[in-house]
Write a protein that binds this ligand. Structure first.
Ligand code: 3HC
Length: 303
């Protein structure tokens, strides 16, 4: 059963240009999703080096589609040609929607929202891809909190269909409808939920991931057997420890910490090995080592 979509024709905004602030794994993936669907995208990063990393991420991800013959080189060039890169938020003046996907820091995000508020048109929608911070608190940094909404994509954003649309108590209904319609037009499956750390999917998922890490920590079973149990017994595309490596252990730790702080559910109290691995720099695929060892972000498991 598909999630409920807004009625056809009920959309009041037309989104042409989309701004994406932050071109890390999630931001670059989100930029790709919009550009794939014909939108002009303006991607903003902190400095030239970060812009270059974002550009490389996009080239790499679309290059994979070319290698798999899902896209021609000409289509790849066209897609990349729809994305402009900048270090200035002021270049987002024409964006109808801005998706912020920077580091999970309330202060950093609030500063961006405060600045964006004075740049975009009064009708533009400001969205955050936060996975656990309060969208309501973030919206309070703007003069129009009614146009602020959460749009939480899943990793890898070009592949996963789900997007959680997070409404605050003051999000305007037309903003919600327009964003849902836009996401549906991208082939995504939006679901709507309230503003509580973890939203729907992470609240359910991270208790399970945390439990798997704790099982591994207690030497109850090997990493391979824990992962195989969920893949072959429950039909998950990847096991929990491999998924933690994909998400990034630092990100996973932060999400668990925030959910635990807010909900005090023991399921979300990060199991100690996660913190130890983060401290040791074993962040998963992005650093080449987590529960498993990798040769690069896309390589299969080496050890
Ligand atoms: N970026 C873009 N595309 C990617 C990709 C990436 N990083 N990784 C894989 N793909 C594409 C491939 O190109 C391929 O596309 P195609 O079907 O058009 O050829 C397709 O995905 C399948 O890839 P593979 O054949 O290489 O590998 P798998 O079939 O094993 O799929 C997977 C890989 C998509 C990662 C799959 O294992 C999966 O869905 N895993 C679960 C991921 C998941 O649970 N994500 C949610 C994490 S929680 C989260 O994001 C919330 C946040 O707040 C932390």
């Amino acid at each position: 059963m598909s999630p409920a979509a807004p009625a056809a024709g009920s959309q009041s905004r037309t989104f042409t240009t989309i701004g994406v602030v932050g071109l890390g794994t999630m931001g670059a993936g989100i930029a790709e999703v919009f550009a794939r669907n014909g939108h002009a995208v303006v991607g903003v990063e902190l400095n030239d080096e970060a812009v270059e990393r974002g550009r490389q991420h996009l080239e790499h991800s679309t290059g994979r589609a070319v290698r798999r013959e899902k896209m021609t080189e000409a289509e790849q060039a066209e897609l990349l040609g729809r994305i402009t890169f900048t270090t200035a938020l002021a270049d987002l003046a024409d964006a109808g929607l801005v998706v912020e996907a920077v580091v999970e820091s309330m202060e950093v995000k609030k500063a961006i929202f405060r600045e964006l508020d004075g740049i975009v048109s009064p009708d533009a929608v400001l969205a955050t891809n936060t996975s656990s911070l309060s969208v309501t608190e973030l919206s309070s940094a703007t003069s129009g909190p009614g146009r602020v909404v959460g749009v939480h994509f899943f990793n890898p954003a070009p592949v996963q269909d789900l997007v959680e649309v997070v409404r605050t108590v003051v999000t305007e209904p037309d903003v919600l409808t327009d964003v849902q319609a836009l996401l549906a037009s991208l082939g995504k499956s939006p679901v709507v939920c309230g503003d509580k750390a973890g939203f729907i999917a992470n609240t359910l998922l991270f208790g399970y991931l945390n439990h798997a890490a704790s099982m591994y920590e207690g030497r109850y079973a090997s990493r391979e057997d824990i992962d195989a149990a969920m893949r072959f017994g429950c039909g998950y595309p990847m096991g929990p420890l491999a998924l933690l490596d994909l998400i990034g252990l630092d990100t996973a730790y932060e999400i668990l910490e925030t959910m635990y702080r807010q909900g005090r559910d023991r399921l979300h109290a990060p199991t100690p090995v996660l913190k130890q691995m983060v401290t040791a720099g074993l962040l998963g695929r992005k650093t080449g080592r987590g529960f498993y060892t990798y040769e690069g972000p896309d390589s299969p498991v080496v050890v």
